[in-house]
Design a protein around this ligand. Structure first.
Ligand SMILES: *Cc1c(COP(=O)(O)O)cnc(C)c1O
Ligand code: SF4
Length: 344
């Protein structure tokens, strides 16, 4: 049985004062929900920090609850159209376990529930009418908290209205509740594999989350012809060191999952204690790039406030352009800290 009360947690963990201080009815927070699979990993500090609430969530008075101003970019009730050629559909507000770093906490777990048929149809019609939209993220919350029947219906509607649009299946279920990925669910998805492809978008933040069960769940998608990409969040005390991130990338690649993004934690109120400075993030990015292949390297990315959009954060190797003896030369740092000139 999933854990939903602090009393249940205190029976299995020695809670710290900070954890005990959490107020479920206080400001800026989202519900406590820890799945059985996550419970098995709670001894690992990097897992505990992601799922056990802290009083610091309530105390945080910095930032906004909706820094991306998603509300300002709504196409329909549940559809955010912030980039010209892609949009995000909030399939539900529910998850199998709530992450304490959740950046969509103004919405997540707040009982608006699954999208209604009308909301799905409205979103699909909006996408059909905006033919610049090439990709739609089916996100939330977690898409796979919906019933098989609801998922079948949703995919039917999107595939009928906009068959040429790529659908990204965004889920943390493979990490926190891999049992959800049943043969039946995969059969339903396969039935809709017409037109544009599906992509699976996972969220693993630490190598320990890639359990045998989790890797198996992802393999069911990949073996069906759906490529898998991972989006991690850079989190203080979870994965803000080079060794942890390199190991995460190695384990992802071994599971055939391409590390796609490493997100800078969004400035969402209630998550300050989990954020890493951009300066430290850039240092980590530079260091892990030296150790990882191109396949293993995620893009360190920040989602700018006020709907500014995502930008890649990277150490820059290009130092400038000079002219010598009438010839152009470009100056670069090498990853090992030397310099090189690149002739025009
Ligand atoms: C992140 C995001 C996307 C997808 O962006 P990519 O860079 O293509 O992964 C689309 N819509 C919204 C609202 C987003 O936040
Ligand atoms: S799975 Fe995603 S939406 Fe759900 S709590 Fe975690 S970060 Fe938020």
């Amino acid at each position: 049985m999933a854990i939903t009360e602090m009393a249940e947690l205190s029976a299995i963990l020695k809670l710290t004062d900070e954890e005990k201080a959490w107020n479920p009815d206080g400001a800026n927070t989202l519900p406590l929900l820890i799945s059985d699979d996550v419970e098995e990993l709670l001894d690992i500090p990097a897992i505990r920090r992601q799922f056990v609430p802290s009083g610091k969530e309530n105390d945080d008075t910095t930032c906004s609850l909706d820094p991306q101003e998603e509300k300002e970019h709504q196409g329909t009730e549940r559809l955010v159209h912030r980039y010209r050629n892609r949009a995000a559909f909030f399939t539900t507000d529910r998850c199998f376990a709530y992450c304490r770093h959740c950046f969509r906490r103004r919405f997540t777990g707040h009982l608006s529930g699954p999208a209604t048929t009308r909301e799905i149809e409205e979103a699909a019609a909006y996408i059909r009418e905006h033919d610049e939209i090439r990709e739609v993220l089916l996100t939330g919350g977690d898409l796979f908290t919906l019933s098989d029947e609801k998922i079948d219906q949703m995919l039917s509607i999107f595939k009928k209205e906009c068959p040429a649009v790529i659908l990204r299946l965004c889920t943390r279920s493979v990490a926190v509740y891999p049992e959800r990925i049943t043969e039946n669910l995969i059969e339903i998805i396969k039935k809709h594999m017409t037109g544009a492809p599906f992509f699976l978008m996972t969220q693993f933040n630490h190598g320990a989350e890639l359990t045998e069960k989790a890797v198996h769940a992802v393999s069911l998608f990949i073996d069906s012809g759906i490529p898998a990409y991972n989006q991690s969040v850079l989190l203080k005390g979870v994965n803000d060191d080079e060794k942890t991130l390199i190991e995460l990338s190695d384990r992802l690649l071994m599971a055939r999952i391409k590390p796609y993004y490493l997100f800078q934690g969004d400035p969402v109120r209630g998550t300050e204690h989990l954020r890493v400075s951009i300066e430290r993030g850039l240092e980590i990015e530079k260091n892990i790039r030296k150790e990882l292949s191109g396949l293993g390297m995620p893009q360190y990315t920040a989602d700018l406030p006020q709907g500014g959009g995502k930008v890649i954060l990277t150490h820059t190797y290009y130092r400038g352009h000079t002219i010598e003896n009438g010839k152009d030369r470009y100056l670069f740092d090498t990853p090992d800290g030397e310099t090189r000139y690149y002739p025009e």
